[in-house]
Design a protein around this ligand. Structure first.
Ligand SMILES: *Cc1c(COP(=O)(O)O)cnc(C)c1O
Length: 462
């Protein structure tokens, strides 16, 4: 309790030379707020008798205030280094964009554009026109529309095609994606009535056929996303569902979730249909994300038959769910890369990471190791170990991609301390602890992450 009396007053602190300096660099109200916060923290510590006398020294208090002000001045949304090995990491911003997207994004972001202006006719145009042709060319669909994200795409499609009607879904596909996106809830929000068919593990064509009534508005297939049903299972493939829809005069929609435009089976990533396959199977409306396997910005992409996309383009919800121009610029530039499959694989980070071979990853691991050993002090020790990476983003939940990891040990620091220090670095490095070791997966480290990693590790050694 005695130290409580020694905590300086606000007025006194503001007269310290160090504080005068801070007041010259930061707005006065911010400095005052921080000083009061710091004093509160000191008082709490004093009452709990955890405060040391040294912490009340002028230099210590000033340094604390300065640190806090610097933290407030820095942006909250920041670059981080993803060493987790989860390629499409929802908490870390999902897909990083291809560097080739930057010039287009720059041009549109910092100038005016023909976002909704038809340059040929000199009159109002549509923002959706900029990617529709491209999406049709890439997927083979008749029509396309883009919105804010795939959740919005599903909501819009349900609202426009099935409000007040029944939507038939397999019990094996009533998925919760996380972040409170659950198919039954979205269905209710879209004004549709959920009609479950089949069982958790098996749904047959006859289940759909028997459920169709004059009240049916839509047959819906949902990608199981982040889970898998294994063992005694049956689901109705897209082409068969499309046929049931045609024979009963009901449109068929697929929420493809991640939605890939490339067949990645050559790289061991297989078992899910591409968007083109859904289109070719005759599915009327297909929705998927822009920032999952596609490797672009957050967006919801809708492709399909013109007759069924048209009501979506006229629905009042579209205005609330519409895509923004920065997203549109990044999406168009990303989609253009897909016109040449090899270019897409070479330039889109998500695809490059997913298709990296074990040899390539081992070689990258060795190069990283050399660099770290050369530049960092001896108290940090590095080794390469084998392990597995994950696709993430609700795609291929069971798939384990063989990879090379850098194990980091620091003399006198536990893996937990190491993890925390790297997470608190100026550019945070996020890794994982496995069997008592701190690990960084070479698969998800980008080329320009290396200097950031070196800096963060240097901070650990200090
Ligand atoms: C991820 C996912 C969504 C949501 O997509 P967002 O782009 O995150 O809105 C919807 N459905 C499925 C099946 C998904 O995997």
């Amino acid at each position: 309790m005695t130290l409580l009396k020694h905590i300086p007053k606000v007025d006194k602190i503001l007269e310290w030379p160090g504080l005068r300096e801070l007041l010259a660099r930061h707005p006065r109200p911010s400095v005052l707020a921080v000083v009061r916060d710091v004093l509160d923290t000191l008082r709490v510590a004093a009452r709990a008798e955890t405060l040391g006398e040294a912490e009340l020294a002028e230099a210590a208090v000033t340094a604390r205030i300065e640190r806090e002000l610097a933290r407030l001045a820095a942006p909250s949304l920041r670059r981080v280094v993803n060493g987790t090995g989860v390629v499409i990491h929802t908490n870390l911003g999902r897909s990083p964009l291809a560097v080739g997207v930057r010039p287009h994004l720059d041009e549109i972001a910092f100038g005016y554009s023909n976002l909704e202006f038809d340059l040929d006719r000199g009159e109002r145009g549509s923002r959706y026109s900029h990617v529709e042709k491209l999406l049709c060319e890439l997927t083979g669909a008749e029509a396309a529309l883009v919105v804010n994200n795939n959740a919005a795409a599903v909501l819009l499609a349900l609202s426009a095609l099935a409000a007040g009607k029944e939507v038939i879904v397999s019990r094996g596909e009533l998925v919760e994606i996380g972040g409170s996106f659950r198919i039954p809830d979205v269905m209710r929000q879209g004004g549709a009535i959920l009609r479950e068919v089949g069982t958790t593990n098996r749904t047959h064509p006859r289940d759909y056929r028997q459920a169709v009534t004059p009240e049916t508005g839509l047959l819906l297939k949902v990608h199981s996303s982040n889970f898998a049903v294994v063992g005694f299972t049956a689901e109705v493939p897209p082409a068969e569902l499309a046929a049931i829809g045609r024979e009963s005069g009901v449109p068929v929609m697929a929420d493809a979730g991640s939605g890939s435009l490339l067949d990645l089976s050559r790289f061991g990533i297989c078992g899910e249909p591409t968007v083109q396959e859904f289109v070719a199977a005759g599915i009327d409306v297909i929705t998927f994300s822009g920032d999952k396997l596609l490797g672009g910005p957050q967006a919801g992409i809708i492709v399909g038959r013109a007759h069924f996309i048209a009501p979506l383009t006229k629905h009042p919800l579209l205005r609330a769910l519409r895509i923004d121009k920065l997203t549109l610029a990044a999406l168009e530039a990303t989609l253009r890369l897909y016109r040449d499959e090899r270019q897409a694989r070479a330039e889109i980070p998500t695809l490059r990471m997913l298709t990296a071979s074990p040899d390539e990853l081992a070689a990258r691991g060795r190069a990283i190791l050399r660099r770290l050993r050369r530049t960092l002090p001896d108290m940090l020790r590095f080794a390469l170990v084998d392990g597995n990476s994950q696709v993430g983003g609700g795609a291929y939940p069971l798939l384990e991609l063989p990879t090379t990891l850098v194990a980091v040990d620091a003399d006198g620091r536990s893996p937990q301390e190491l993890e925390e220090r790297l997470r608190r670095a100026p550019v945070p490095v996020i890794g994982r602890i496995h069997r008592g070791r701190f690990l960084l997966d070479c698969r998800t480290l980008l080329d320009d992450d290396l200097p950031l990693l070196v800096n963060a590790l240097r901070g650990v050694a200090e």
